[in-house]
Design a protein. Structure first.
Length: 147
């Protein structure tokens, strides 16, 4: 992870799939950065305009499952509802009674095949080597995608 606590991500090489590592100063920022990384794998995120917003709520048994479910929801919104997002704000994250809960706001637009060229078709988010770590510099996640 870089020395600064700024958010970011990098794409990782993998023999069969594709992955990314993301980092951020807080856990909510990490979840937003992971959603940006997933979108960047799919399309050129700069081509996605924030024309409409929507709220999303996700549950998970632990932080890794919450991240998996969050990214699976972002991918479903593209695959199932043909929506792409370029801005992500995790407005609430709570741990309670063995469950993790996340509320987020997403801004984007409907998928337009003319403007949103698919870079990599992602079939699914995987649990393979999925990891969320708390470090002295913030948070870091490693995610692999089935392509």
């Amino acid at each position: 992870m870089p020395e600064t606590v700024a958010s970011g991500f990098e794409i990782l090489d993998h023999p069969a799939d594709m992955g990314f590592r993301a980092w951020a100063p807080t856990l909510p920022d990490l979840f937003a950065e992971c959603a940006r990384a997933l979108t960047c794998v799919l399309v050129d995120i700069d081509a996605v305009q924030p024309r409409e917003s929507m709220g999303v709520e996700v549950l998970g048994d632990d932080v890794e499952t919450l991240l998996f479910n969050w990214l699976a929801e972002v991918l479903y919104l593209f695959d199932g509802e043909r929506k792409l997002f370029s801005q992500f704000w995790v407005v609430s994250h709570k741990s309670s009674e063995g469950m993790e809960f996340l509320q987020a706001e997403l801004s984007g637009e409907a998928y337009d095949r003319e403007r949103h060229q698919i870079k990599t078709y992602v079939k699914a988010v995987t649990f393979h080597q999925l990891k969320v770590e708390h470090t002295d510099k913030g948070y870091r996640a490693t995610v692999f995608l089935d392509i």
